[in-house]
Design a binder for this molecule. Structure first.
Ligand code: ATP
Length: 234
């Protein structure tokens, strides 16, 4: 479904991605792991056309994503849940969620999806009229996930959804990501929290200074000494 081939991405003279190749099959949950600055966010930026690539190719269900303007991604079925959430602070929770569905015409289905999101995150029901900027970090993350899902994406890109959240909330967020996959959606999950990401992933890649170092199933990576040392605390 998603295929990156030998992608090279630069910020000025700094090369952030070096010959990155990875693939995500339909229905798969793939984790992209790595330390700070490894290039995880840059990979997602390249996929969602937020930063041009210098060399290589990126295809989504046969469409060349390097030729697609970023605002068309939703039409293709790709939703990006960016790092730092980026909800619309002055708008209410409900307005943020509705914005996620603004290109959809199937109003009844939109209503059903809204109900699913409220039932998944009851906290958002209590706060639906509250402005998003006044939510806690965890609540904003729930809202960002909810908003991404309101577009009914085929592929969801998550950028560090657990960043800065309390352990209990992290667990809840990972449970929801697992549910999203079980609904038949495809997920690419960028995480520093390797242990938890491997708990729900089908496969994972490890990025190191812009290069894919390892690829495998959670079982393979969890038994790899290098991975254990570098990402799982020994
Ligand atoms: P983190 O987990 O800290 O967000 P990351 O794995 O997502 O890290 P990237 O944000 O993709 O890493 O960054 C990869 C490299 O590119 C880093 O060395 C970073 O300093 C550099 N970089 C990222 N954005 C820019 C930018 N706008 N201008 C210059 N360099 C950048």
């Amino acid at each position: 479904m998603l295929e990156l081939n030998n992608v090279n991405l630069y910020y000025g003279r700094i090369q952030a991605l070096k010959n990155v190749s990875l693939s995500v099959r339909e229905g798969e949950l793939v984790a992209l792991l790595g330390a700070n600055g490894a290039g995880k966010t840059s990979t997602l930026r390249a996929i969602s056309c937020m930063h041009p690539i210098k060399e290589g190719s990126i295809h989504f269900s046969g469409t060349d994503l390097t030729k697609v303007p970023a605002h068309r991604l939703v039409d293709l079925g790709i939703a990006h849940c960016p790092e730092g959430r980026q909800v619309f602070g002055r708008l209410s929770v409900k307005e943020n969620l509705e914005l996620g569905a603004f290109r959809r015409k199937d109003k009844e289905e939109v209503k059903r999806d809204l109900e699913w999101i409220y039932s998944t995150f009851p906290r958002l029901v209590e706060r639906r009229s509250q402005s998003a900027g006044t939510l806690s970090g965890g609540e904003q993350q729930m809202l960002a996930i909810g908003r991404a899902l309101m577009s009914r994406p085929k592929l969801v890109l998550f950028d560090e959804p657990s960043l800065g959240l309390a352990p209990l909330i992290v667990e809840q967020i990972f449970d929801v990501i697992k549910k999203i996959k079980e609904q038949g959606r495809t997920v690419l999950l960028v995480e520093q929290n390797a242990f938890q990401a491997l708990g729900i992933a089908d496969r994972a890649y490890v990025l190191e200074t812009g290069t894919i170092k390892l690829e495998g199933t959670p079982e393979q990576l969890l038994s790899n000494e290098e991975v254990k040392r570098a990402y799982l605390g020994g």
